[in-house]
Structure formats: structure tokens, C-alpha cells
Design a protein around this ligand. Structure first.
Ligand SMILES: C[S@@+](CC[C@H](N)C(=O)[O-])C[C@H]1O[C@@H](n2cnc3c(N)ncnc32)[C@H](O)[C@@H]1O
Length: 260
């Protein structure tokens, strides 16, 4: 996978981020919270999924918006986009025409269309390590929304990234892992060294690989300020996918705002 400067979801010395393993293991978690974020869309809605990964949110939006709407998923990783496109081609022919996937950096997003809803889910924006690039991504999303259009995204909190929540093991199921997290207080970055063992669906053979992911922690006040500077209004932040503002130990932050 190729990734732009300043992104933490990147190739490692020992291998590349494995999009197919992501689809089997991590993508399934994003399915759990996507319906809440898509609750307000309707037939005819135009939906943008920034950092779409393997296209989960985009493809869940597709049957709701139907052929009178459209969905675009954009991701910096060509491998992720390739899987998303393959999944889209399994959708019905009519719906398939209503979704497209593009390889694009969120900080330079340029799609030539406007949308009613933009989402960026599953802590994708934490992978943008350079604050200037994240602010640029906010401006680019703003430019792609109609007036009153909504932008919703979730982030891992400073608490989650700095309190070792990503040192984890899982020895069950087809994708097993050992993750070790390292927090850099100065740079506010969490590097997670990941070892995976994946069982091949057909042969049952085990495949081992490693990845390194780096995420940057952003605070609620700085995100709120940057969204405001980009032109967003009605900025709200909720902790842990609930309906309340985040507390000091919330590990996930959901931001929702509108294009003014
Ligand atoms: C944890 S995955 C989430 C994918 C998807 N949103 C989901 O819910 O499954 C993070 C995604 O962000 C993408 N990404 C990282 N930096 C990016 C950037 N600067 N622009 C666009 N996508 C980016 C990665 O390629 C990866 O697909």
C-alpha cells in the first residue's frame, strides 16, 4: 500500500498494511456503529465516506440512498479501494452505478461533487499525523458539503492513545494478534507494533505478518477550533458513541457538525 507523507496507516519495513486482513478482522467492528451515523440519510441522499477503507460505511449507505442518490468512498490506500470496488461489484447492477471509490488523500480531497453527509469512521483521521494536514482535510470536507450538510467522524481520544489501550492480544478466531503500543508524549503519537496470524479460508494454512500503525492524539478543544476555522457550525462531541459529552476517560470521541 502506498500512503502520503504524514499518514500513520503506512507501509512498514517488514511488510505493508494488509487490506484483506483488515477486511476480515477490523472492518467488522466498524459495521457495529455505522448505522447510528447513517441514521439521517434517506433515498436520494448524497454520501461521502472519507477514509473509506474497504468501503463498509459507503456500502451500508448505498441501499438507503438508492439509485436516486449516490455514494463516494475515498481512501489514500489503493489496496483498500481495490477491495471496496470488488465488494461494490457484488451489489446489484443499479446500485453499483450509484457508488464509486477513489484513491485520494483526505487532505487534498477533490471529487467535483457535493454531498449531504460526509463521514470518516473508525479513527481514520487519527492516522493523519500532521495537524496542518488534518486542518486541510477539514477544509476539503467542508468544500464538498452542501450548506447544512453534516460531517460526522470518530477519533481515538488522547486518553485512549496515551493509556496503553492498544496493547492487546487475541488468540481466538481466524485472525489472531499481539499488539504492543508505544506512546510518545512529545509528539502525541501512539505507535502500535502489530503481529498477526491469519488462517487461510480455503487451505487452513497460517500466515504471519507484522504491521506498524501510528496515530496522533488530538484534543477536543483543538478539533473544535479547527472545525470552526474551516467554517463548520453546531460542532458537537460525544463520548464513547453515547449521547453525552466525553468524560476524561472516554476512549472514543464522535464529532458531528454542519457546514454553515
Ligand atoms: C482504521 S481504517 C478505517 C477504514 C474505514 N473507515 C472503516 O470504518 O473500516 C483507516 C483508514 O484511513 C485511511 N487513511 C489514512 N490516512 C489517510 C488520508 N490521509 N487520506 C485518506 N485516507 C487515509 C487508511 O488507508 C485506512 O483505510
Amino acid at each position: 500500500m502506498s500512503a502520503g507523507f504524514g499518514t500513520g496507516f503506512h507501509a512498514t519495513p517488514t511488510g505493508t498494511v494488509d487490506a484483506s486482513a483488515y477486511e476480515r478482522f477490523t472492518g467488522r467492528w466498524s459495521r457495529l456503529f455505522i448505522p447510528a451515523v447513517l441514521a439521517d440519510i434517506a433515498p436520494g441522499s448524497r454520501v461521502l465516506d472519507v477514509s473509506t477503507g474497504t468501503g463498509e460505511a459507503a456500502l451500508m449507505a448505498l441501499p438507503i440512498v438508492g439509485v436516486s442518490g449516490f455514494v463516494v468512498g475515498a481512501d489514500i490506500s489503493a489496496d483498500m479501494v481495490s477491495i471496496a470496488r470488488t465488494k461494490a461489484s457484488a451489489a446489484s447492477t443499479a446500485e453499483e452505478r450509484a457508488v464509486t471509490f477513489e484513491v485520494q488523500d483526505a487532505a487534498q480531497l477533490s471529487l467535483g461533487r457535493t454531498f449531504d453527509l460526509a463521514v470518516s469512521l473508525f479513527d481514520s483521521l487519527n492516522y493523519i499525523l500532521d495537524p496542518a494536514a488534518l486542518r486541510s482535510a477539514f477544509r476539503r470536507v467542508y468544500a464538498h458539503l452542501v450548506t447544512g450538510g453534516v460531517f460526522a467522524f470518530d477519533l481515538n481520544s488522547l486518553y485512549a492513545l496515551s493509556h496503553d489501550l492498544f496493547s492487546q492480544t487475541n488468540f481466538h478466531g481466524p485472525v489472531q494478534h499481539i499488539w504492543t503500543a508505544h506512546w510518545d508524549r512529545e509528539l502525541r503519537r501512539c505507535r502500535v507494533d502489530m503481529e498477526f496470524t491469519v488462517k487461510d479460508r480455503e487451505t487452513g494454512e497460517l500466515r504471519h505478518f507484522t504491521e506498524t500503525h501510528v496515530q496522533r492524539a488530538y484534543t477536543v478543544p483543538e478539533i473544535t477550533q479547527w472545525l470552526g476555522e474551516a467554517g463548520f457550525v453546531k460542532v458537537e462531541c460525544f463520548g464513547n458513541y453515547g449521547t453525552r459529552p466525553p468524560g476524561p476517560k472516554s476512549d472514543r470521541l464522535l464529532f458531528v457538525c454542519e457546514r454553515g
